[in-house]
Design a protein around this ligand. Structure first.
Ligand code: HEM
Length: 496
């Protein structure tokens, strides 16, 4: 006898099919009409209703957008999910859009972060708070040493801790990811929370693991528009990591609050508490101390993930390019020696070393598609009209791997950053790893100092090799926004 449930389903099938056809036609007509309602849009590839052209981004959105730019030009439009997005692939246009036309292009909302309450304070923040908050944080970071000798000494000291950690591997092959990430994270933790962690601390290891669980998951482009997808099993680690990260940050913040003295702030967190709890009318922000926590998660995430990713790629490139590695080592040994640790004043005397870290950043940018911006007003760019509420991205990959700008861009070649006499570094105008304009990287100064000091110090102490049988490749994968190296093992041999 037929199952009554199946009978019921089959009896509804014709009307279900009709509904499906109706919905599909509706969505196609809506998409076509919507596109027609825009005038003078940049050209771009077609997309499907609802999911847009997201399927064109693939596993490596940086490269895919670059390939589309070869077809559609320096600026093109594409639907990412249901959102109309302008892809700007030219440094001059990025400077115009994010710099000269910043009044119309400075908004940013990264919904999943807002929903998860892991952000929404700075990175994912629009409106009147952006400018004063950026100014406030930069000033506070400076007050606690950024750009001064004290932060340089902090990084130099941490680089020695990192070298001790590398020495403990005793020539065995190991995955450098956690060690490097802990060293880099300690800098932002000291500046923001007044706290350095030992690499063996289980609390610190958990903090790093939960950050990785959030930032290494891919699928942001789809999941942000279909938030129910976050309930899917593939996002389990993301949800759990996010919850743990929040809890741990909450604990750090609560401890801070208990000992907070408004008369003598100890770090950036205290400075922000001091401002957001100041008497009525004196707080320059639209939010109170409830958002200090979210701002700090932003700084921790942005500060701990990016620089450490570039340093991991740097080690990988060194193992793949022994001649470059040898030149870096010889330069450091002849100009700095083995006894004194490299410092920022040495950067001018170590052009090849400095050029090498820039070449790693060019080829393996940690934010290859950059962060999104949103247009709060319509504006003109390159003869096109960018409509209000369109999103914008300026992919680093397209700009830093463009063969019209960079000769042989797929080749790892630090010399491209050297002057013809090889005595100094020139960073060309087409190189904007920290983006440009009103929302450009807040941590540029810190990141540049970290990259140089950590890289020069570990290169002074160690030579890196691939373990026997390892397959030489330096490809990576796209996480939540960032590009990470595929996990790899390496051997570190002490230089002396
Ligand atoms: C190699 C290291 C780094 C690179 C390549 C990098 C790159 C970037 C890029 C491309 C953006 C987006 C800019 C835009 O939307 O136009 C950004 C934003 C940001 N970065 Fe970095 N970054 C690095 C390190 C850091 C560090 C160490 C910090 C720590 C303070 C930091 C804090 C931020 C913040 C807070 C934002 C958001 C700014 C805003 O929304 O207004 N970054 N970064």
């Amino acid at each position: 006898m037929a199952n009554p449930l199946l009978v019921a389903v089959f009896s509804y099938l014709p009307s279900f099919r009709l509904l499906l056809i109706f919905v599909s036609v509706f969505l196609i007509v809506k998409t076509v009409l919507q596109k027609k309602s825009y005038t003078n849009l940049p050209p771009g590839p077609w997309g499907l209703p609802v999911i847009g052209a997201t399927f064109r981004l693939g596993a490596n959105p940086g490269r895919s957008l670059y390939e589309l730019s070869r077809k559609y030009g320096k600026i093109f439009s594409i639907k990412i999910g249901p959102r109309l997005t302008m892809v700007i692939n030219d440094v001059e246009l990025v400077k115009e859009a994010y710099g000269k036309k910043a009044d119309a292009t400075s908004a940013r909302e990264l919904y999943p972060l807002n929903w998860m309450d892991t952000s929404g304070a700075l990175i994912s923040c629009s409106g009147s708070d952006v400018k004063p908050l950026r100014r406030f944080l930069l000033r506070s970071l400076r007050d606690f040493g950024l750009g001064k000798k004290s932060s340089e000494l902090l990084i130099m000291e941490e680089a020695q801790h990192l070298c001790r950690g590398l020495a403990q591997t005793d020539g065995r092959s190991f995955d450098p990811r956690d060690l490097i990430q802990m060293a880099v994270a300690n800098i932002i933790c000291t500046l923001c929370f007044g706290q350095r962690f030992d690499y063996t601390s289980s609390e610190f290891n958990q903090l790093i693991t939960s950050l990785q669980a959030v930032s290494h998951v891919s699928g942001f482009t789809i999941a942000r528009d279909f938030p129910l997808l976050f309930l899917a099993p593939r996002y389990k680690a993301f949800r759990e990591g996010g919850a743990l990260l929040r809890k741990m940050m909450d604990d750090i913040m609560n401890q801070h609050k208990l000992t907070f003295d408004p008369q003598s702030p100890r770090d950036v967190t205290d400075k922000l508490y001091q401002e957001t709890t100041s008497s009525a009318g004196k707080n320059q922000f639209s939010f109170g101390d409830d958002r200090v926590f979210r701002t700090m998660i932003d700084l921790f995430g942005a500060g701990a993930d990016t620089t450490s990713t570039v340093l991991q790629f740097a080690i990988w490139h060194m193992a793949l390019n022994p001649k470059v590695q040898n030149k870096v080592l010889i330069e450091i040994l002849t100009k700095v020696g083995i006894k004194t640790p490299p410092e920022m004043a040495d950067r001018a005397r170590l052009p090849y070393t400095y050029a090498t870290i820039n070449e790693v950043l060019r080829m393996n940018h940690p934010v290859p598609v950059n962060l999104l911006h949103r247009a709060t007003d319509a504006f003109d760019l390159a003869g096109y009209t960018i409509p209000k509420d369109a999103e914008m991205i300026a992919p680093m990959w397209s700009m830093h791997m463009d063969p019209d700008v960079w000769e042989n861009p797929e080749k790892f070649d630090p010399e491209r950053f050297l002057t013809p006499d090889g005595l100094s570094v020139t960073l060309p105008d087409g190189f904007i790893p920290f983006s440009s304009g009103s929302r450009m990287c807040l941590g540029e100064n810190l990141a540049r100092t970290e990259l140089f000091l950590f890289f020069a110090t570990i290169m002074q102490h160690f030579t890196f090799h691939l373990p026997p049988g390892a397959i030489p490749s330096h490809s990576g994968y796209f996480g939540f926004f960032l590009w990470f190296p595929n996990q790899f093992k390496i051997e570190a041999t002490p230089n002396f």
